[in-house]
Design a protein around this ligand. Structure first.
Ligand code: FES
Length: 124
């Protein structure tokens, strides 16, 4: 049975730095998600660009732009707001990354993927 949560060590997630990737088998064998820290808060998304369904990071974990103000898709450069996942520049401007609910306490980041399973079952 698939787990409904993914738990990561919060001490591994630094402000506007490398994101943490995790597998999302509910969405397929190679599907991944990621979490980044922005303004102190953890934000998690499915690792799939709103333009073409590819992963955002060419170099694993590198989601931020050089200025660290936005998340960027390495393929065509779409810029996303780190806290909302909203695309503000690029070929998918106006669309959004698919956010995953995330909570943080006691040095643990918990990503809640129970809705993902339901979604996937509906699609199947
Ligand atoms: S695939 Fe991400 S911007 Fe085109």
């Amino acid at each position: 049975m698939l787990s409904n949560t993914i738990v990561l060590d919060a001490r591994d997630l630094h402000e506007k730095s490398l994101g943490l990737r995790f597998a999302l088998p509910a969405l397929g064998e190679f599907a991944t998600g990621f979490v980044v820290r922005y303004h102190g808060k953890a934000h998690a998304y499915i690792n799939q660009c709103a333009h073409v369904p590819v992963e955002l990071d060419w170099n694993q974990g590198e989601f931020f732009t050089v200025s660290k103000d936005y998340l960027i898709c390495a393929t065509h450069g779409a810029h996303y707001q780190p806290d909302t996942g909203h695309c503000i520049m690029g070929p998918c401007k106006g669309k959004s990354l698919q956010a995953l609910p995330v909570t943080e306490q006691n040095h643990q980041i918990t990503i809640h993927i129970d809705q993902l399973h339901k979604l996937h079952h509906k699609i199947k």
